[in-house]
Structure formats: C-alpha cells, structure tokens
Design a protein around this ligand. Structure first.
Ligand SMILES: [Fe+2]
Ligand SMILES: [Fe+2]
Length: 172
C-alpha cells in the first residue's frame, strides 16, 4: 500500500508524462508540416514512449492500492522558430522531467517507501538515456551549417532521425 502523499505525487507524474507525450505530438505535427519527415518519425516515437511512461505510473498506483486519476492538460506549444529550437525545448523538457522524477525519489525516501524507490530506478535510468539522446542530436545540429530557417544541411540528419524513429522502444 502506498501512502497518500506518494499516491498524490505519482498521480501528478501521470499528468507530467501525458503532458510530455502531447508536447512531442505537437512537435511531430510541426515537423510533419515543415518538411522534416525523419524528425516527425522521431517525435511520433517519443510521444508513444511518454504515453507508455504515463501508463506505467497508472498501473503502479493502482497495483499498490491507490487510485490513478487523470488531470487536465495544458495546450502544448504549436509553433517553433526552427528545427533546432524544437530539440532545444525537448532537452529542456527532459531536464524538467528528470527533476520531477528526482523529487519523487526524494519523497519515497522520506516516506520510507523502499518498493517505490526501487521502482523509480527504471525512470532514473530512462531519464539519463533521454537527456543523452536529445543532447547527441543537438550536438549534431550544431555541426550542421544551418541557414536562417534551419533547413539546409538537415537532410542527412533527418534521415538518421527517421531510423531512430523506426526503432521499437524498451518496454521493460
Ligand atoms: Fe517520460
Ligand atoms: Fe522523456
């Protein structure tokens, strides 16, 4: 059985993961209409991954005797300056989610909830991976000489992103 505090905090994290999922869906849509099919595929994969994270929290709360409840979500950003900004905002958002997970871990320590600490380890590792992958893509964007709207030079990188987008994601 989880404590009320853990139940509430984990419920808030369902919202954060769903919110991340919608942010990426909006980015995928922007990439779709702005001629970045590879980046679109990448963000379509990200949106699925975040939805899977939300489901993981939902199932955990219910399994441990709580009640997972959905909250309303803010409208995500619809327009971006260029493709670089899309990835910059993605990295920023992943860093924010990492903070959220760290806070949950801290709460689980305060509550002496060892099972939840153990369960959160998967998310700690996941956040390291997510930040690394966004960082790597941004490093590559830096190497590409961009014109004003960020289109030129992105062609090869877009193909690489398509490959990443086609990868199945880790479900365990
Ligand atoms: Fe996530
Ligand atoms: Fe993420």
């Amino acid at each position: 059985m989880i404590s009320k505090k853990i139940e509430e905090a984990f419920n808030k994290q369902i919202m954060e993961e769903e919110n991340a999922s919608r942010i990426y869906l909006s980015m995928a849509s922007w990439c779709d209409v702005n001629g970045y099919p590879g980046a679109a595929a990448f963000f379509h994969r990200q949106t699925q991954e975040e939805r899977f994270h939300a489901l993981k929290f939902l199932q955990y709360i219910n399994e441990r005797g709580g009640h997972a409840k959905l909250e309303s979500l803010p409208q995500p950003t619809l327009e971006f300056k260029n493709i670089k900004e899309v990835f910059e905002l993605s990295l920023e958002h992943e860093k924010y989610v990492t903070k959220c997970i760290n806070n949950l871990y801290e709460l689980a320590i305060e509550e002496k909830d060892y099972a939840s600490q153990n369960w959160l380890n998967w998310f700690l590792e996941e956040q390291v991976e997510e930040e690394t992958s966004m960082n790597d893509i941004l490093d590559k964007i830096e190497l590409v000489r961009m014109d004003e709207d960020g289109k030129r030079g992105f062609f090869m990188l877009d193909r690489e992103l398509k490959e990443l987008g086609d990868l199945p994601f880790d479900e365990d």
